[in-house]
Ligand binder design. Sequence first.
Ligand SMILES: [Zn+2]
Length: 377
Amino acid sequence: MKEFIEANQQPMLELIENLVNIDSGSYLKSGIDRAGEVLAEEYKMIGFETEVHEQESLGNNLVIYHPEAEAPEIVLIAHLDTVFPEGTAEKRPFHVADDLAHGPGVIDMKASHATALFAIKALMDSGSSAYKNVVLILNTDEEIGSIASRSLIEKVVADKKYALVLEPAQNGQLVSERKGGGKYFLKVYGKSAHAGIEPENGASAIEEMARKILKLHALSEPDRGITVNVGLIKGGTSVNTIAPFAEAGIDLRIETSEDGERLDRGIKEICSYTETPGTAVELTGHITRPAWVLTDAARTLIDVIAEEGAKLGITLSHEKSGGGSDANLTAHIGIPSIDGLGPVGGNAHQETEYLVVSSLTERTLLLANVIKRLSAK
Ligand SMILES: [Zn+2]
């Protein structure tokens, strides 16, 4: 398979270029669907079928499998969405400088789609039938918490043996545990009034929001890996008006499900009353990703992957990541899961995001070997 993958480095890069240059931010349905169509077409050419799970406002989720597959055991999960707004690809399109490729979403996680496709092609080319043991889920809302794709993911992985999540290998390492988290949105309603003429007739939504933010942030317990962060805030109508409205986006990170329940209650409690007369609050949101804790079954899976890595001269260890992923969802329903099986790179979600081009063939071969090994009867 090595020769096949090495001979295909150029087509892999061309596929990544094509995908990176299609803007596909989580809320950009047209772009995500276009990227999904490019991949569905690639899989069609090798005899795979794509089940399109249509969505009205978010991108369509895709489930891809070989029609001759009988009770496949391995799920590969790779998301199609990025965190970048429309127009980013035009501003800084895909480009390669030395051994690094850049462009929006290049490592998180457009390059992983090339890894998955060419690992499957390599298996087919080698005469192995392990490609029939694989089902792929390409979901479209991972960067916003996989709220809409969660039930599909849970349904597809429920009867499988392994979930391999193709998020990038930051520092080249596998990811075996991740923090869990939640997303909440708080709206505060007040009453507008002229700030100079009749301030007493107003009720400041911003004042109330400011109180809430301090209380929410005070829930953080850094020593225990608990963070409550108000990362978005907006409100008010003009500088000389008592603010009639304010809203905030709240991000929660936790390391255990017990902490998750406790913090969820804490956030709801803080947002259940007001201290600024004349204001009202409304909270929506919940825990979106349960914490992912390493299990013995996952440890066995890691050992297999590390062994396959060693055969290729790659020393693989595994680490805990603060960011959530779809592995939180698959692990939560008891499926041995591993993440970080994508190519090597870093600076995800930033302009400086990069893919280490030379890792592409190496990690594709690793993935193909892992699929083959897990499929051996
Ligand atoms: Zn990602």
